[in-house]
Design a binder for this molecule. Structure first.
Ligand SMILES: [Zn+2]
Length: 321
């Protein structure tokens, strides 16, 4: 509410130069109306023009809003899917790099085993030609040591292989048997990253084609509307435009300028007192809804513009005939 009040104050403050009589009663307004100077008339025309520019911009903005609503969440959904797929692909690449590194460790352990086996073979041959017991015992110790080395390397190999299997399972998916809390074996199917990528890709392709379809239908129209909106924006002074955009952003229905409908604000439906309604009709200054901060435009201004446009079109088509 405080923010809406601030917007209202800002617009009101801007309008002070137009009508210094903020709390002016009916009499004063009528009095002034009777002796309006050329300057005041010009000011009034300016306010009417400002309101109509805002109104016209609002019509275009609302059409753009409808297109954006029609497109809905699709652009976000497509972006989220692309991000998710990208993330999975990065994980696959990282896991594959890990597997490569673990595999070279595994190969190193295999080499250690072969080396140890070769040494054992050599020591056993040497044992055939020993000169005494001490030499024989010493070789036996060496063989024992190499056997321990082999055991350790086998254990390391097993760990490497388990790590590789686990990473492969994460990538490719498959069935795993795990013990549950009761010690019973349970088979679990794990969905691998690759399958997840494929599934997301399928959804992505579908969403993308939906989005492309909507874009093809609405892109040209939206472009034209945005260009039209820019033309209207040019005609509105920056401060007023900024206020308009701010109100629009905060309004749930995207309406920043509204008419009075059945004595109530066309945006938030709060009742407008008769005096305020009269002020709005006189459009001597820009008046905003005290409840929601939306700018009011009187019906007559809109009607007049409509008639004028129709008149111009009739004249044009008469000329063409
Ligand atoms: Zn309102």
């Amino acid at each position: 509410m405080a923010r809406k009040k601030a917007v209202a104050d800002e617009i009101a403050a801007e309008v002070v130069e137009v009508s210094t009589n903020e709390t002016g009663t009916k009499e004063i307004i009528i009095e002034r109306k009777n002796e309006e100077t050329a300057e005041q008339k010009q000011e009034e025309l300016n306010i009417a023009q400002k309101l109509l520019s805002l109104y016209n911009l609002q019509q275009v903005d609302s059409q753009i809003d409808r297109i954006v609503v029609e497109r809905g969440e699709l652009p976000n959904e497509v972006r989220d899917l692309e991000d998710a797929i990208e993330g999975l692909k990065t994980r696959i690449a990282n896991y594959e790099q890990d597997i490569k590194e673990i595999h070279s460790k595994l190969l190193a352990e295999t080499a250690k085993i072969e080396e140890a086996q070769a040494l054992i073979k050599r020591y056993e041959e040497q044992q055939q030609n020993v000169r005494n017991n001490r030499e024989y015992e010493s070789l036996t110790k060496e063989i024992e040591y190499q056997n321990l080395e082999i055991q350790l390397a086998e254990k390391n190999k097993g760990k490497c292989q388990a790590a590789i299997d686990e990473k492969n399972m994460a990538i490719k998916g498959g069935k795993v048997v795990k013990e549950n809390r009761d010690g019973e074996k349970e088979e679990k199917v794990i969905k691998g990253f690759e399958e997840q990528v494929n599934e997301l890709n399928e959804i992505l392709v579908q969403k993308q084609s939906e989005l492309e379809g909507i874009l093809a239908e609405t892109e040209e129209k939206e472009k034209a509307l945005r260009a039209q909106a820019d033309v209207y924006k040019e005609k509105i002074e920056p401060r007023l435009l900024a206020a308009f955009e701010r109100i629009r952003k905060n309004a749930r229905n995207g309406l920043a300028i509204v008419q009075i409908e059945r004595d109530a604000c066309g945006g938030c439906f709060s009742t407008i007192p008769p005096q305020r309604q009269l002020d709005i009709r006189l459009h001597k200054k820009i008046i905003v809804c005290e409840a929601c901060g939306r700018i009011f435009i009187d019906k007559q201004l809109v009607e007049d513009q409509k008639k004028q446009l129709e008149g111009e079109q009739d004249a044009q088509s008469a000329e063409e005939k």
